[in-house]
Write a protein that binds this ligand. Structure first.
Ligand code: GLU
Length: 484
């Protein structure tokens, strides 16, 4: 029997969770569920300056909200607790002692300025920058003197000669020639351990079998493999996921819009639709694009993950959101939208209770345009306010439409029961009289009634606005035109 898969998601709690991290978490989670393995959540909070408890709690909350439940980690514990790096200092010290006893580390006293100068010189000669090993050759006597003088030092790992081969589950064989790697830092001058060191100690002790993470960590992998070897551990398998890009092909960043999962939560995206969309950024499930987490887990495998970078497409995310919203019952959806309508001050909760049936019908006519709950604010504005804003080009287009709008006003005024059927009849009658049809007939009416270029069918909108309101809006339009 092959060993049980153990994967981990290891975020640093330094701020909001980036979409790329969520996709990494999701792929780890799916792989664990697919293989009936274990999904570990480990908080990498050794950067004391940037990590905060608040960010850590937020992170755990957002993972819970997403439904990416973890089998071992903070809040749930597990056999290798603690799952917070800040609480594992003794383990790092133990491993450091082991490395020291093997003589594979040395203190380095070079200052940031000296290192910067070295980097610049190397780059000037067209070489890849790496530490040249100046402090490696210091004698014990020299080190003693420097220590006595209070010179701060970091601890570096001695990179042994030889090419390093990474057999990546996604990218295939990746070779790192040994002349690319300089002796790298294991502990900072304040004694705190660096990422490359802690990640190896933790992955080894937590018996992680597969490290699935972003491509941006590929260059760290040879360093980590060397540390596994120096510590006498077997390295796990590695799978590096392609970076998510913006529509311009550059790494997805704030420049492209919202990149944190928190912002999508705030917009009212549902976690399952959001994860469904993210799952498709690097993986094409055979059974179609819309899948529940369980369906995804049944189908997902690391060998199916693509090598090329995926492009984040907000339009497709919106489409995915709308597919999930379509599955919600009208009652539930209306209730879920209420807080957004109340926040926008369109309606109070009390008014909503009284007019719930009307509200449901409003929701029903706009629901296909909603990718997330907050979309309801822009999609229903005109149902709650007649202060429609027309931009100058629209106003220009509408000039000369006054007689047409006046005909609508007259025709609608004569309707005794203002329902969809009678509304349509009246519009058609105006069409006949004016000789207009299609867009030429409906567009000016839509603009006058809703202030929008597009939207649901007017025959559905009109009865919800009611006769008095429609007539009032047509009147506002005519008066505005007269003023101009
Ligand atoms: N804390 C690292 C990060 O957030 C984890 C990288 C890894 O998975 O090894 O990028």
């Amino acid at each position: 029997m092959s060993e049980q898969v153990r994967v981990r998601f290891a975020p640093s709690p330094t701020g909001d969770l980036h979409l790329g991290n969520v996709r990494t978490a999701l792929y780890n989670w799916l792989y664990a569920r697919h293989t009936k393995g274990v999904f570990i959540l480990r908080v990498e909070d050794t950067d004391k300056v940037r990590s905060t408890d608040e960010a850590c709690e937020n992170l755990l909350d957002i993972m819970t909200w997403l439904g990416l439940t973890w089998d071992e980690g903070p809040r749930v514990g597990g056999p290798y607790a603690s799952y917070k790096q800040s609480e594992r200092t003794a383990l790092y010290e133990e491993h450091l002692t082991k490395l020291k006893s093997k003589n594979v580390v040395y203190p380095c006293y070079c200052t940031e300025e000296e290192l910067e100068l070295e980097r610049k010189r190397q780059m000037g000669r067209g070489h890849m920058p790496k530490y040249g090993g100046k402090c490696k050759t210091l004698t014990a006597e020299e080190r003693k003197k420097l220590d006595a003088a209070g010179k701060p030092s970091v601890l570096r790992f001695i990179v042994p000669p030889g090419e390093i081969l990474v057999n990546d589950e996604v990218r295939g064989e990746v070779r790192f020639p040994d002349d690319q790697l300089g002796d790298f830092v294991l502990t900072r001058s304040d004694g705190s351990p660096t990422y490359n060191f802690t990640v190896v100690v933790d992955d080894a002790l937590m018996k992680v079998t597969h490290v699935v993470r972003g491509e941006d960590h590929l260059s760290n992998t040879p360093k980590q493999i060397l540390l596994y070897q120096a510590l006498g551990y077997t390295p796990p398998k590695f799978a590096h996921l392609s970076i998510i890009k913006g529509p311009d092909g550059q790494k997805l960043s704030k420049r492209h819009g919202e990149t944190s999962v928190e912002s999508y939560k705030a917009k009212g995206y549902q976690p399952d639709s959001f994860l469904n969309y993210l799952a498709l950024l690097g993986w094409a499930p055979k059974s179609g694009e819309i899948l529940s987490l369980d369906q995804m887990a049944a189908e997902f495998d690391l060998t199916h993950v693509g090598k090329s970078g995926a492009i984040f497409d907000p339009v497709k995310l919106h489409w995915m959101g709308s597919q999930y919203i379509a599955k919600i019952s009208l009652d539930d959806l209306t209730r879920a939208l209420l807080p957004y309508l109340a926040d926008a001050q369109y309606i109070t909760r009390e008014q909503a209770r009284v007019k719930f049936d009307w509200l449901k019908q409003v929701v029903d006519v706009v629901r296909t345009n909603l990718g997330c709950m907050s979309d309801v604010v822009k999609e229903t504005f005109y149902f709650f306010s007649d202060e429609l804003h027309f931009d100058p080009t629209q106003t220009e287009e509408m000039k000369g439409q006054k007689p047409l709008i006046a005909s609508f006003q007259k025709a609608f005024g004569e309707i005794s029961e203002f329902n969809g059927e009678n509304f349509l009849k009246a519009v058609k009658e105006v069409g006949k009289q004016s000789g207009l049809k299609g867009k030429a007939l409906y567009h000016p009416l839509r603009m006058a009634m809703t202030g929008r270029e597009d939207g649901p069918e007017l025959v559905k909108v009109a009865p919800l606005l009611g006769k008095a309101e429609v007539l009032k809006r047509l009147n506002i339009w005519i008066t505005e035109q007269v003023k101009k």
